[in-house]
Design a protein around this ligand. Structure first.
Ligand SMILES: [Zn+2]
Length: 335
């Protein structure tokens, strides 16, 4: 199991985040915000296989790439599309879905699930390509707990931040998992081989038996002998919000020592008045959040275009590093 991520977009331009989660048996693809032109930075196969699209909010600079995503997935047969976002996400995206002429879709596959994350509840809706997206089917309203999505491999939690409007921050956490321990395998004297796949695959009943080197074992016995528990990895996506009121205590609790935080830092610490006016963060504020929450790495992104890459970026990073040394820009920026 592992989490791999890529920040989409250039320094000083609109940005987004793509996350791959390898569960050991399948790959999950998560997209955070849908910025114009940025999906070109991914392989078509990744765009066509996004399992979940999460919007922080629906300002144009975070959502104008939606049509490209929509065109590639509108009649996807392999799996439904899931979209999460703040209040009115289902309303706004429904307008996008309805914004074309659908007389030729026939019985095309395509199921779109859109969920609005509200203060106290999450409301789930469904749309069908074969209906030309005309009907908004309400599925259910569930009380909102921190976790908005959970499967066998990972959870996604949401926090509502303040960008004048609600802006949602997300935390993805892999579940702890069992894997073959090399030392234990060596000590057992058993030869490595394809049979190890069955030991790791919990969809196979542990009472099943396999024979290795003429000796027969149950999978349960092999699992007890060879597996070791590993801690799942975690990554958070935080963008477009103000640092005030209870932002810091709320994020400290929410992030809870996660591995990596990808966090906006629109402004230099010297321009804190602009950050407050525009409901954004400074470098120092992003660093203070990372420090207080005890996270491992802070990755700064979504920086205002007022700063020049060659002249200002080093100083901006230093501002954050003074407070939280383990701060970097996305590796793709070569900053
Ligand atoms: Zn923004």
């Amino acid at each position: 199991m592992s989490i791999i991520y890529k920040i989409l977009g250039k320094p000083g331009k609109d940005n987004a985040l793509f996350v791959w989660i390898n569960s050991g048996t399948r790959m999950y693809r998560l997209l955070f915000d849908c910025v114009e032109g940025l999906l070109n930075e991914l392989k078509p196969q990744d765009v066509n296989s996004v399992d979940y699209l999460f919007f922080s909010h629906l300002h144009l600079d975070h959502a104008a790439g939606f049509d490209y995503f929509f065109r590639r997935n509108y009649d996807r047969a392999a799996k439904p599309v899931f979209i999460f976002g703040p209040e009115n996400t289902s309303l706004i995206i429904h307008h996008r879905l309805r914004g074309y002429t659908w007389n030729l879709v026939g019985n095309a596959p395509g199921v779109w699930n859109i969920s609005d994350i509200l203060n106290n509840e999450v409301t789930h809706f469904r749309f069908y390509t074969s209906e030309g997206f005309s009907k908004k089917h309400k599925l259910k309203t569930a009380p909102r707990k921190s976790i908005i999505l959970e499967n066998g491999s990972f959870t996604v939690e949401a926090i509502i931040l303040n960008h004048i409007i609600p802006s949602i921050g997300y935390l993805v956490t892999e579940k702890d998992y069992l894997n073959i321990d090399k030392d234990k395998l060596e000590k057992s004297g058993l030869p490595a081989g394809i049979w190890l796949q069955q030991v790791k695959d919990f969809s196979i009943d542990g009472k099943n038996k396999i024979t290795i080197d003429n000796k027969t074992y149950t999978l349960n016995a092999l699992r007890k002998m060879l597996l070791k528990k590993h801690r799942g990895e975690s990554i958070a996506y935080l963008t477009d919000f103000i640092y005030k009121g209870n932002t810091l205590p709320a994020l400290r609790k929410f992030l809870n020592k996660c591995d990596t935080v990808v966090c906006e830092s629109q402004y230099s610490q010297n321009d804190i008045s602009l950050a407050e006016k525009n409901f954004h963060l400074t470098t120092g504020q992003a660093a203070r959040i990372a420090k207080c929450a005890g996270v491992t790495n802070l990755v700064l992104f979504h920086i205002s275009e007022r700063y020049k890459f060659n002249e200002d970026y080093k100083g901006l990073l230093e501002e954050a590093k003074k407070i939280f040394p383990n701060t970097t820009y996305p590796p793709e920026w070569n900053a």
